[in-house]
Design a protein around this ligand. Structure first.
Ligand code: TPP
Length: 372
């Protein structure tokens, strides 16, 4: 296939034809649906929490669930993830404890990042998920380097980098793609083309015939896939994973999808996006499409989805409650982790700060958090 054609498995839209890729059983397909559905519920709750003023910021991935879960299902446990801020779905697929996610959103005492990261910039070491960096594209060159390191060590580990259409305009896209291709490093570059980089439309981002076409110049395969077709994404990613393992080097995969919501809780797409465009993509909602496909294969019933919803909502509610009731980090931890031993100058500042808080009497009220 040329990198301007588009790979599809499910018929578009709203039909239940098409065969599941080899190796996927009924249980696998249901697990994929579960993770996509879970992501949608989590995103709705995350946005509501932000609107209620309970968390400061949230990044949803409405409409991109298939593009992410298709890839997640092709990953192996030992692989290394270099996510963007928009792929929490993969953590859900990998059964990550939701408390990790919400502790980070609140930046509380139990947060792995000790409340120092921007919300939605998770680190999940248990599943090889590297801390998300905000500058667009930096994870692309990190992924290429980690892939090369795994190759030198002779490990069967692939590196997966996630970024958007806008990310292809970053310096790191060039550096990472070029480096990985020269070394034939086991790296999979996932470009989620959701058509927008905040308010910048895809056509203002690149004059290429497709984003996958950019792979040709670097000397690696470029695959363009229907990003709202979870089975097609899985098929493309499985092939790329096999290529990485077999020494065939990196692959660039462009998933053609649409951001069916704001860039983040700070964005209002109605300021720059036509309603008709949104409406046209809503007809291709990846969850609706997959639900219909599963129904056609007798793998989905309304009862199953209702029960699933109840179970997942309860899980979300419990994690929210736990994170919200966990105290903020102790203020003195602010001085930790930069130096192996806190230098005298910082020790002095720490003492001065604690002294001031003690004198203001607020330290008891805030559970140790700095009174804002
Ligand atoms: C180097 C850099 N420039 C600008 C920004 C501000 N910024 C944050 S997200 C974003 C858009 C990214 O779009 P894209 O890569 O398409 O990913 P998407 O958000 O659509 O998933 C921009 C410009 C940034 N974080 N880093």
């Amino acid at each position: 296939m040329s990198p301007t054609e588009m790979l599809q498995v499910m018929d578009v839209p709203q039909k239940s034809k098409g065969k599941a890729p080899a190796g996927l059983k009924g249980d696998d397909l249901k697990k994929m649906f579960r993770a996509m559905f879970f992501t949608r519920l989590l995103d709705q709750r995350g946005m509501n929490l932000q609107r209620q003023g309970r968390i400061g910021f949230y990044v949803p991935s409405f409409g991109q669930e298939a593009s992410q879960i298709g890839a997640g299902y092709a990953m192996q446990d030992q692989d290394i993830l270099w996510p963007s801020y928009r792929v929490i779905s993969i953590a859900l697929l990998k059964n990550v404890d939701l408390k990790i996610i919400f502790n980070q959103a609140w930046g509380n005492k139990a947060d792995i990042c000790k409340g120092r990261q921007m919300p939605n910039h998770y680190a999940i070491p248990d599943i090889g998920w590297m801390s998300i960096s905000s500058p667009i594209g930096t994870q692309i060159s990190h992924a290429a380097g980690a892939a090369r390191a795994a190759q030198i060590r002779g490990e069967n580990r692939a590196s997966w980098a996630w970024f958007g259409d806008g990310g292809t305009s970053s310096n790191d896209f060039h550096a990472g793609m070029n480096f990985a291709a020269v070394w034939k490093a086991p790296c999979i570059f996932m470009c989620e083309n959701n058509h927008w980089a905040i308010s910048v439309p895809q056509e203002m981002q690149s004059a290429s015939s497709s984003f996958a076409a950019k792979a040709v110049a670097y000397g690696m395969p470029g695959i363009r896939v229907d990003g709202n077709d979870v089975l097609a994404v899985y098929e493309a990613c499985k092939e790329a994973r096999e290529r990485a393992e077999g020494g065939g080097g990196p692959t660039l995969i462009e998933t053609v999808t649409f951001r069916m919501g704001p860039h983040s809780s700070s964005d209002d797409p109605s300021k720059y996006q036509a309603q008709e465009l949104y409406d046209s993509w809503q007809k291709k909602d990846p969850i609706d499409r997959f639900r219909l496909w599963l129904k056609g294969k007798r793998l989905w019933t309304q009862k199953w989805e209702d029960e699933l919803k109840e179970e997942l909502m309860a899980e979300i509610a419990a994690a929210v409650e736990s994170a919200e009731s966990t105290p903020m980090p102790d203020v003195e931890t602010l001085f930790d982790d930069v130096y192996a031993e806190v230098p005298p100058m910082l020790q002095e500042q720490r003492e001065a700060l604690l002294d001031q808080i003690r004198r203001s009497g607020d330290i008891e009220d805030t559970g140790g958090a700095f009174p804002l």
